[in-house]
Design a protein around this ligand. Structure first.
Ligand code: NAD
Length: 328
C-alpha cells in the first residue's frame, strides 16, 4: 500500500491517526486529507482538543472519534495505515498525567498494534529522542542505546516510549506486522498550546505579553528544533516506505536555550528581559539528531530553517493570543 506524498508513489487509502487532535497529529490529518486519503482521527482530548481539527470536520473522508486508546478500541472497515501518535508529549503534561502516559505508551500501543495486525495495516510508532535520555553520545545516532534514569520523573514518558519501541519490534518479529519506528526530535509550530510548558510556546507567549522569558539553568543546554511541516513530511515518507527504522526525524540545527530565547525575543520585537529559573530534574544537557539514516533511506532532510519556522509560529501565536487576551 503506497500513498501520494511529495512525489513518493504511494496509496494508503484509509489512515488511522491516534492522537490526531494533538499538535503533530492534527497536522498529519490535514496533510493526509490533502493527499486524498480518508482519515480517522482518534483522540481522548487529554492534551489535544477538537478545536485543532475543527477546520477538517466538514471535509469528505474525515472522521473524528473520541476514544481512549487504553480502553476498548474498535474501528469498522479497512485500515491501510496506523500512525500511532497518542501520548502526552510535553514534560508539564506527562508529569501531570504520569500513569495515563505510561498506560497509553504500553496498553495504548498494544491496542494500536493489535488493530494494525487485525487490519493488515502498516504501523508507525511516534517514538522520541527522549529514548536517548541524557545522551553520552552526541549527536545521537539510531544505534545509540540511551542513558535514561528508569525511576526519575521523566521516566514515565521515556520508559513508556522505550517499551513501545520494544513492543512494536516484537509485533514485527512475532506477528509479522509491517511496523516502523520514528524517533522524533523537538518539533514546534502552530497549534502548540501556549501553556503546554515547552520552551518555544513559553518564550513566544512571554515575549508577546512583554513578560520575562524564563530560561532554565544557565541556558547553555541545547536542543535541535524542527518545524512541524518537516516532521510531518518525514513521518509520511517513512509511512510510505518499507523501512522499519528506528529512524531519527529532526533538524540538526542545534542551539542553546538562551540563544533560542534571544532569537524569539528579537523576532517578536519584544523588550522582555530574561529570567533564569531552576532546571527540571534529569533535563538533558544536549540534543541533536544524526539524520544521515533518514536522508539515505527516506531521501528526507529538513527544509525549513529556524528563523522561517519561528516566524511562522510567532505569527500564529500572535493571532491566537492577541485575539483572546483579556483587556487589562
Ligand atoms: P500532543 O499532546 O499535542 O498530542 C498528543 C495527543 O494524544 C493529544 O491530542 C492527546 O489528547 C492524545 N492522547 C493522549 N492519550 C490518549 C489516549 N489514551 N487515547 C487517545 N488519545 C490520547 O503532543 P504532540 O507534541 O503532538 O506529540 C504527538 C506524538 O509525537 C506523541 O506520541 C509524542 O510522544 C511524539 N513526539 C512529539 C515530539 C514533539 O516535539 N512535539 C517529539 C517527540 C515525539
Amino acid at each position: 500500500m503506497r500513498h501520494d506524498l511529495d512525489g513518493i508513489a504511494v496509496a494508503a487509502r484509509r489512515v488511522l491517526v491516534t492522537g490526531g487532535a494533538g499538535f503533530i497529529g492534527s497536522h498529519l490529518c490535514e496533510r493526509l486529507l490533502g493527499e486524498g486519503a480518508s482519515v480517522i482521527c482518534m483522540d481522548n482530548f487529554l492534551t489535544g482538543s477538537p478545536g485543532n481539527v475543527e477546520h477538517l470536520l466538514g471535509r469528505p473522508g474525515f472522521r473524528l472519534v473520541e476514544c481512549d486508546l487504553t480502553g476498548y478500541v474498535h474501528v469498522p472497515g479497512p485500515v491501510d495505515l496506523v500512525l500511532h501518535f497518542a501520548s502526552a508529549a510535553s514534560p508539564a503534561d506527562y508529569l501531570r498525567h504520569p500513569i495515563a502516559t505510561l498506560k497509553v505508551g504500553s496498553i495504548g500501543t498494544l491496542h494500536a498494534l493489535g488493530l494494525a495486525k487485525e487490519k493488515g495495516a502498516r504501523f508507525v510508532l511516534a517514538s522520541t529522542s527522549e529514548v536517548y535520555g541524557d545522551p553520552l553520545e552526541h549527536p545521537q545516532r539510531e544505534t545509540y542505546w540511551g542513558n535514561v534514569n528508569p525511576v526519575g520523573p521523566r521516566s514515565v514518558y521515556d520508559e513508556a516510549k522505550r517499551f513501545a519501541e520494544s513492543l512494536t519490534t516484537a509485533y514485527r518479529n512475532s506477528h509479522g506486522v509491517d511496523t516502523a519506528i520514528v524517533r522524533i526530535f523537538n518539533t514546534y509550530g502552530p497549534r502548540m498550546r501556549p501553556h503546554d510548558g515547552r520552551a518555544i510556546p513559553t518564550f513566544v507567549r512571554q515575549a508577546i505579553y512583554g513578560e520575562p522569558l524564563t530560561v532554565t539553568g544557565d541556558g547553555t543546554q541545547t536542543r535541535s528544533i524542527c518545524y512541524v511541516d518537516d516532521t510531518v513530511r518525514g513521518v509520511l515518507a517513512l509511512a510510505a516506505s518499507d523501512f522499519a527504522g528506528p529512524v531519527n526525524i529532526g533538524n540538526p540545527a542545534e542551539l542553546s536555550m538562551l540563544t533560542l530565547a534571544e532569537t524569539i525575543r528579537r523576532l517578536t520585537g519584544s523588550d522582555s528581559s530574561v529570567k533564569f529559573v531552576d532546571r527540571p530534574v534529569d533535563d538533558p544537557e544536549v540534543r541533536r539528531p544524526d539524520t544521515a539514516l533518514a536522508a539515505a533511506r527516506l531521501g528526507w532532510t529538513p527544509q525549513v530553517d529556524v528563523t522561517s519556522g519561528l516566524r511562522r509560529t510567532i505569527a500564529w501565536f500572535e493571532q491566537q493570543l492577541l485575539a483572546t487576551r483579556p483587556a487589562s
